[in-house]
Design a protein around this ligand. Sequence first.
Ligand code: UD1
Ligand code: CA
Length: 471
Amino acid sequence: MTDARLAAVVVLAAGEGTRMRSTRTPKVLHELLGRTMLGHVVAANRELEPDHLVVVVGHAREQVAAHLTTMDPAALAVVQEPQNGTGHAVQVALAELPELSGTVLVVLGDAPLLTAGTLRALVERHHADGAATTVLSAVVGDATGYGRIVRDPAGGVMAIVEHQDADDAQRAICEINSGVFAFDAARLREALGRLTPDNAQGELYLTDVVGLHRAAGHVVAAHVAPAAYEVMGVNDRVQLSQARRLLNDRVVAEHQRAGVTVLDPQTTWIDVQVRLAPDATVHPGCQLHGTTTVAAGAVIGPDTTLVDTEVGADATVLRAHCVGAVIGEASNVGPYTYLRPGTRLGRASKAGGFVEIKASVVGDGSKVPHLSYVGDAVIGERSNIGAATVVVNYDGRDKHRTTIGDDVRIGSDTMLVAPVSIGDGAYTGAGSVITDDVPAGALGVGRARQRNIDGWVARRRGTATTGDEQP
Ligand code: UD1
Ligand code: CA
């Protein structure tokens, strides 16, 4: 008799989150592994393809609703004002939707670890039992603060009692309410209309729907979460870091099972959207953020941060900080290298120690091995940029472009004052300040000639020094 469609998901996110102690960020917008808490909740629920996805907002509603619009434009933000309890929040959400039939899933915006798999299992259980209410419960070591699942001697769910309303016997129960429920839409509507605020907090509790359905003779079921940590709620920043750790463990393990070598999961942080190919290797102390992708055979780390960076097959990136960069196949980066947005390293190229590159192309087989800055430049193929070369791209007002051809040899300590162009096969003399274009095949030299002044030291200092006297 149950309608198997998932009519709506209602995400409760109107609470203030006082314990985060933030004056700028509403609780559900705190981040873990590249997504807000709300982002994780919405993403997991989207996988169930509900007809409607509603987020109940209240505190900092403009900020939360604006974030929702960028993250999931199809989701509907509904304002609950004042925040009169979880039951009231669901009343407000349903009032904004057309008459629903089928299943309504209610989830919490501060439980970011729940997977689509567990939510799907909850809904399947709800349908299989033909239930009016199915609560997602969990068995935990410390149930303090949670609502307790009160069962009858036969094991049927009788009621949920909030911690503050529970007696000692009830407080000893370690099966808790995760706050997540599957409801039959019509039965939910009936029960919501009968909620009363006679409890310790003077609120309309969603949990009271359980007792009401039970009293009306409807089926009330519980699905016990297979991994209790998944239902963990985040109320302060200690729990936020615990949740982040747990989520990271899960993400790293998924990559390991898919063929990625991660040497030290404890010091490796991988955002949920990062993609790693099988046979990639991640050494200790790495942080892979945003839309970073790493191809097969690439070796990352130790101590490397990649943000929105693409690493090609068999490349090595060692002790580097890379943001918005593309690192070509079989290239070498590091150690101590800073690649900024718009950097594109070609195949088998190199960006070595103490090198910073911004908005520049380094062609296939070209190398910037030591102590250099390259900005707003295009370097062709097989060229070598000598140690301590600087592309002088900024005149204090405007940025200018530099072009370096194929097979170029830039001498050490060259200043390339942009705009400037170095032709194919050209050389520059070490220590040159290059302000004019160098034609293909030419040597550009821009420096004073050295002269040696014989006897200068004896004349000017009165003695020939060995260099190690104290001044
Ligand atoms: C709630 C449950 C408790 C469960 C626990 C799991 C109730 C009465 N209690 O308790 O049984 O063990 O979650 O974490 O449901 N919210 C609104 N509007 C409101 C009140 C709350 O949107 O008027 C939202 C909050 O933003 C939050 C969620 O609902 O995301 C839970 O509210 P919270 O006050 O944290 O409930 P708990 O006391 O944790
Ligand atoms: Ca809570």
